[in-house]
Design a protein around this ligand. Structure first.
Ligand code: CA
Length: 426
């Protein structure tokens, strides 16, 4: 029988946060910032757990990390410590095991999620964005190079670029439409509000222990450096991007804002949803040796990812946001381990709290596109239930990303929301 919590809301089949999940985040409640674990409609306050003696049997460095205002100290401890804390939190919340006294102390450390204000989970030193979806790369490539959509390096090199960490913001932060240079047709470039604002549905991984400058992380060790996963919206101004991206790649079209979801789902919680990596097409090259993993059979993750859109008209009519895409992390060409290993293969050092994102997650089928740009290959613009149409985002649009893993016999594990509302340019 599946594990259940004594906290009823954690057993609600609609909850993103059953006892099998236990994602980490930082929150502010009654004037204090603590780190905690999401469970049902509550947050298990880890600072309060240390104060109540609930973590006293864990190594001192774990208790110490649980008293911090961000997850960095915990991230740095590595997978053995993460596993010990995860096991202890599971024990405290488990309906079968916890004694009355333990349960009372644990209850006293719970905070109502709707009264807490989520904070940035970590101090992010560096943010890197990859391009790991071959379906995204092919569809976008087709718009620019119809005869040669996929560049020849794609099947060998996990393509990525260095993003901007200072403008990574938490879900719920308003997204101001950026201004920049754009150039239409043969005319001269102009400076003004971007007209082609887009979202990109991505998954981010937070780096735990880093590697020393000059060292690299072997592919079979890569996941020991991944603390957990969140959702990422890599907002993109397509008209600015088209004008600026050659020859060095994206710059101001991407750096105005990147939204992350507040909860970081540990890899351990996703273990039951691990699957083989995507099978490469007939004739496609095998990865070079340094990217070849001994665990290809479980390097993929069966994680459904969705984009929902709420326009101003929907809000005013009291309508629910409309789902506009559904894809899956399993469709990526490169695994998370391959992305991390490739990043360090030249001796580049990753540091605790770094954020590495997959790039737009799209699948092969219509309806699985992870951004609006790709949907332009359809004959018609995106038509919504309100009768409105979208080619790109308009002011007042709210984009909500969601993700979940599910499998018969196991509860659904969700990522919570990664949301942002587009505000008019200044
Ligand atoms: Ca991106």
């Amino acid at each position: 029988m599946a594990l259940k919590s004594w906290l009823a809301s954690a057993n609600d089949p609609g909850s993103d946060f059953p006892i099998q999940n236990l994602p980490y985040g930082a929150f502010r409640y009654r004037g204090q910032t603590h780190i905690g674990i999401a469970i049902g409609d509550r947050i298990l306050d880890l600072f309060a757990c240390t104060a109540n003696g609930l973590l006293a049997q864990l190594p001192e460095e774990i208790e110490y990390a649980c008293r911090m205002e961000t997850l960095n100290a915990l991230m740095e401890l590595g997978p053995d410590a993460w596993q010990q804390l995860h096991a202890r939190a599971t024990y405290l919340l488990d309906a079968e095991h916890a004694s009355d006294e333990t349960r009372q102390k644990t209850e006293a450390a719970l905070v109502p999620m709707n009264e807490a204000e989520m904070q940035m989970p970590a101090r992010i030193g560096d943010y890197t964005d990859f391009y790991a979806s071959i379906d995204h790369a092919t569809r976008v490539g087709k718009l620019f190079r119809p005869d040669n959509p996929l560049l020849p390096n794609y099947k060998y090199v996990p393509i990525g670029y260095h993003g901007r960490a200072s403008s990574v913001v938490l879900s719920g932060t308003g997204i101001r439409r950026p201004c920049g240079q754009t150039k239409a047709g043969d005319g001269a470039p102009v400076f003004g509000p971007a007209k082609s604002l887009d979202y990109e549905l991505e998954v981010g991984m937070f780096v735990g222990p880093g590697n020393r400058l000059g060292d690299s992380v072997a592919i079979d060790d890569a996941e020991r450096h991944i603390f957990g996963l969140c959702l990422v919206n890599d907002w993109s101004a397509r008209d600015m991007q088209a004008w600026e991206y050659q020859p060095l790649g994206p710059f101001l079209a991407k750096s105005f804002a990147t939204t992350i979801s507040p909860w970081i789902v540990p890899l351990e919680a996703l273990a039951p949803y691990r699957i083989p990596v995507r099978k490469r097409a007939e004739g496609a090259p095998a990865p070079l040796a340094y990217l070849r993993s001994a665990s290809e059979e479980r390097d993929g993750i069966d994680l459904t990812v969705e984009t929902h859109l709420e326009t101003r008209a929907m809000r005013e009519a009291g309508m629910e946001p409309e789902r506009i895409s559904r894809g899956n992390l399993r469709d990526l060409y490169w695994s998370l381990a391959q992305l991390l290993t490739h990043h360090t293969s030249n001796g580049c050092n990753l540091r605790v709290g770094d954020l590495l994102a997959t790039g737009t997650i799209s699948g092969p089928d219509e309806g699985s596109e992870g951004c609006l740009l790709e949907m332009r290959h359809r004959v018609n613009a995106l038509r919504l239930a309100t009768g409105e149409e979208r080619t790109f985002l308009e002011d007042g649009d709210r984009v909500i990303l969601r993700a979940y893993a599910k499998r018969p016999g196991l509860p659904r594990i969700g990522f919570g929301e990664c949301a942002g509302l587009v505000e008019a340019a200044r």
